[in-house]
Design a protein around this ligand. Structure first.
Ligand SMILES: Nc1ncnc2c1ncn2[C@@H]1O[C@H](COP(=O)(O)OP(=O)(O)OP(=O)(O)O)[C@@H](O)[C@H]1O
Ligand SMILES: [Mg+2]
Length: 223
């Protein structure tokens, strides 16, 4: 008996030719590379995708399932908060990979660099990419803003972030905000407008030990 013909399916487009599928796949990979997630975390996410590494910690895995389910195209605003090295940026990178490989766009920014780029974009001497920063931040399907509240932010920076998050929320786009705050510090740091838009189960607290310190003092890292 002959083998059934292999099918090539693109989400939202259905079955296509192998050539069209390979083109689309390449565009997805390009989009993920342009998203600017930290290289080390991209390597880990790709390794997981290829079955070469496995995530530790049952709560982290549960959070991943929760985040993946929320990135369903309806637009969600999420916050990942908690101590250093607990896998917040890693989970956001996996989210970026997931979104890009579905054919959408994503972009990773550290909060301080994002503000600087937007400010420079208004200067006469701005580069083309600086000039376009704000527009692209408002358009991209998944925006990740990391290290929020890392430095003493100015009132301008806080208002800027609020406007970006609110506009994206209104446009049903996905946004992940990341910080090292405790749960009771986070809402005062980002302000009422953002806190209110982060849906009920939208604040994920990464409450375990740093993955960077695993093995120290013989402490296990699982569960
Ligand atoms: N579930 C996991 N299993 C195994 N390793 C992980 C897991 N999550 C993250 N890591 C690894 O742990 C390290 C720290 O992760 P990450 O940079 O995401 O932490 P973070 O919470 O963003 O820390 P910080 O607050 O300092 O930025 C990375 O090397 C990452 O690949
Ligand atoms: Mg981080």
């Amino acid at each position: 008996m002959s083998e059934p013909a292999k099918r090539f399916t693109i989400p939202g487009r259905g079955d296509v030719s192998e050539w069209d599928y390979q083109q689309w796949r390449r565009q997805c990979v390009d989009s993920y590379q342009r998203a600017d997630f930290p290289a080390r975390l991209v390597t880990w996410a790709d390794g997981w995708g290829a079955g070469k590494v496995q995530p530790e910690n049952a709560d982290w895995k549960r959070y991943w399932q929760h985040v993946k389910a929320r990135l369903d195209g309806a637009g969600v605003t999420l916050a990942f908060i908690g101590g250093r090295g607990t896998g917040k940026t890693q989970l956001a990178t996996c989210a970026g990979r997931h979104v890009c490989l579905q054919g959408h766009s994503a972009r990773y920014w550290r909060a301080a660099f994002l503000s600087e780029n937007i400010k420079r974009g208004w200067d006469d001497k701005a580069t083309e990419s600086e000039r376009k920063t704000l527009a692209s931040v408002l358009r991209v399907r998944l925006l990740v803003v990391d290290e929020i509240g890392e430095r003493n932010e100015t009132e301008w920076e806080r208002r800027n972030l609020t406007n970006i998050v609110c506009q994206r929320h209104d446009d049903s786009l996905d946004t992940i905000l990341i910080s090292n705050h405790d749960p009771d510090e986070f809402a005062p740091c980002v302000g009422d407008s953002i806190a209110d838009r982060i849906a009920g189960a939208g604040v994920l607290v990464f409450h375990w030990q740093s993955f960077r310190r695993r093995g120290e003092n013989g402490l296990a890292n699982g569960g």
